[in-house]
Design a protein around this ligand. Structure first.
Ligand code: AAL
Length: 364
């Protein structure tokens, strides 16, 4: 055991002594132990958006789960879950009381809408992009939680498609895709599902949520969330599915799940690899992680006040540059604004510092 107490002034030599496990981690210079020098550490600044009406927050209008933001035709575009119902959700625990017009959860009886903006702060809602198809087509109960891909000049929206209210077996849903020549649509829906649930007994047999497409190595990489070990013990993980065709079939990565945490994980190319905001839930939530090979993620930093369900503005999401530049802002949502009987969500803007500048340590 050391004879002297740990010194007040810390120098490299300070660590040349027997150390506790915690101080050994500092001596090892784990990335997350040095946030001041870490380009994948950030704070988040939030700004309310202009242009969205929430009917005084009575719970009948909700906007949540924004897609990535893209820039086309000289403006920003975003897609999101929009619910407009005659009443606020009854709650997942009372899902049996949900009807054709009464939602169970905030994302029940929803559609995918889109909005555009000149500056990312003031938005103009343009209307519906993906409507609910007629019963019994998959998605008839709700279509929500979209994300966008641009591939060979066409646009693809991936989204969750519900057959039952959330709270019953609704969240056991797959992902469907629609495509268009323009971000303004019209959107043509592909038959069936594009990201199917895993086979019985596989980790993603029930839910495929939060599809998140990026382009890497000439292929489409879709990260997605699943919830496994239901119902005894709930554990969220992120999987990866890869294809050269946006309409599939997608091949699930043999190492899935590739992340052990994250509810609505947001990713962006960074240098040659991919970085991830691992948001909400799981043993490694509220971390920024990095995978040089796009598969094996390591914790880079531990952060606070992460944006819920972040949709990032990722200028190089689809350029496959092999030299990702990072991100500065995006849209996220605040959940459960209002009282329990007026439950809804509101989109908000966040700014962060996860981009590369000349002189940053990332520039090596
Ligand atoms: C979200 C997402 C998915 C879930 C629900 C709606 O934040 O993780 O979309 O199904 O909650």
């Amino acid at each position: 055991m050391p004879t002297k107490a740990f010194p007040y002034t810390v120098t490299p030599e300070t660590f040349d002594r027997p150390l506790s496990a915690a101080m050994q981690r500092q001596a090892d210079k784990r990335p997350y132990s040095r946030p001041q020098e870490n380009p994948l550490f950030t704070n988040f600044k939030y700004t309310p958006l202009e242009g969205f009406d929430y009917r005084d927050g009575d719970g009948t209008v909700s906007r949540r789960d924004a897609s990535k933001v893209i820039r086309e035709n000289g403006k920003y575009y975003v897609w999101y879950t929009r619910r407009e119902t005659s009443a606020a959700p009854v709650g997942m625990g009372r899902a049996k009381e949900a009807t054709g017009v009464i939602p169970s959860a905030d994302w029940d009886l929803a559609e995918v809408w889109y909005a555009t903006s000149e500056d990312g702060f003031v938005w103009e809602e343009q209307g519906v992009a993906i409507e609910r198809p007629p019963q019994p087509t998959v998605g008839w109960r709700s279509v929500c939680t979209p994300d966008i891909l641009k591939w060979e000049g066409r646009f693809y929206l991936y989204y969750q498609a519900f057959l039952e209210p959330s709270g019953l077996r609704g969240d056991y849903c797959p992902v469907c895709v629609s495509s268009a020549d323009s971000p303004d649509g019209p959107w043509t829906r592909s038959d069936g599902v594009v990201l199917p649930n895993g086979a019985e007994g596989e980790w993603d047999q029930f839910a495929i949520h939060d599809p998140y497409p990026l382009v890497h190595d000439g292929q489409i990489y879709i990260y997605y969330k699943s919830v496994f070990n239901r119902p005894g013990h709930m554990w969220l993980g992120q999987g990866l599915a890869i294809s050269r065709d946006p309409l599939g079939p997608f091949e699930k990565h043999p190492l899935n799940p590739v992340m052990n945490s994250g509810h609505e994980t947001a990713l962006f190319p960074y240098k040659e690899g991919v970085a991830a905001l691992v948001i909400r839930d799981g043993p490694e939530h509220y971390t920024v992680q990095y995978a040089k090979d796009w598969v094996n993620f390591e914790i880079e930093s531990i952060v606070e006040l992460m944006p819920t369900a972040a949709g990032l503005y990722v200028p190089d999401a689809f350029t496959d540059s092999g030299d990702g530049q990072g991100v500065r802002w995006g849209l996220s949502h605040f959940v459960n604004a209002g009282t329990p009987t007026t439950q809804h969500s509101m989109l908000t803007r966040f700014d962060c510092d996860l981009h590369r500048e000349p002189g940053d340590p990332a520039f090596k």
